[in-house]
Ligand binder design. Sequence first.
Ligand SMILES: Cc1cc2nc3c(=O)[nH]c(=O)nc-3n(C[C@H](O)[C@H](O)[C@H](O)COP(=O)(O)OP(=O)(O)OC[C@H]3O[C@@H](n4cnc5c(N)ncnc54)[C@H](O)[C@@H]3O)c2cc1C
Length: 288
Amino acid sequence: MKLNSSSNFPKGRAPDLGTVLVIGAGFGGIAAALRMRAKGFEVTLVDRLTAIGGRAQVFERGGFRHDAGPTVITAPFLFDELFELFGEKRSDHVEFRSLDPWYRFYFHGGRQFDYCRSIEDTNEQIRKFEPRDVKGYERLLATSKAIFEVGFEQLASRPFHKIRTMVTQIPSLFRLKSYYSVAGIVNRHLKHPQLRQAFSIHPLLVGGNPFSTTSIYALIHYLERKWGVYFCMGGTGKLVEALHALLLRAGVKVELNVDVAEITLKQRFSHRCRRRRWSSFLRRQGHL
Ligand SMILES: Cc1cc2nc3c(=O)[nH]c(=O)nc-3n(C[C@H](O)[C@H](O)[C@H](O)COP(=O)(O)OP(=O)(O)OC[C@H]3O[C@@H](n4cnc5c(N)ncnc54)[C@H](O)[C@@H]3O)c2cc1C
């Protein structure tokens, strides 16, 4: 297996296992490419866009750089692991700064609510709106923990390609009341309308509607309490840059402007990919 001379890839750990093509260079694809590379595969990562990062693109306006997608990091260890796979420390490349408050809400009428790093500070804020909701928040966190233990710890790393895998989860999904929406679960525990709004925001982070996104997404409440909420100094784009550099150091081939149109399967394994021929032409014309 050929590696960049600058690679920190642990020596003797990479048998030549074959080649892997990862389609899509969002955080998911980047992580998959790095993990497959660390296992010893020759990896090519492609994306139809002109930069890696997927939803985490960066744009400039009015002299400022803006993150187009994700802005906060709630499971920092997942990024740390990617650097550790190659004997590196993420903190040597990008700084994640712990936030407090995590979120600040400005309501019509001028009231402000801070959703804080410590439960005590958050409770103090809740008390100003509705003292009874302090107990309700405690119950909401307990519900969120129960969802987290199934939704994150048991299911997050499982592929749902097979109907059987999905069917076996139905009892837990019922037990966790996944038929409720995020707002539905929050409203069961909190009384004050503005607190209900504040504690239902998480689906908005991914373009979801709190009134229709399944309550499984309410696991974020506990996830945030477990690992905290961080900001990548310089913006999420800075993290994407650091991951791009890591991909190159690790010897992953990154190809942009590649729009995959078709994957051919041979004996259930992907065998060949066809590139959409006209994609680069259209992009040059500004149509995509
Ligand atoms: C506005 C917004 C705010 C968010 N805020 C947060 C946040 O604060 N914290 C947080 O943790 N998450 C947040 N999220 C969610 C987070 O951005 C996503 O969960 C994550 O970026 C998804 O990564 P992904 O790799 O799964 O998919 P994507 O980022 O969508 O990447 C998929 C990639 O595949 C490429 N692709 C697709 N089809 C093809 C093809 N046929 N050929 C070639 N390439 C292809 C696409 O171009 C894209 O680059 C936010 C999302 C949005 C939209």
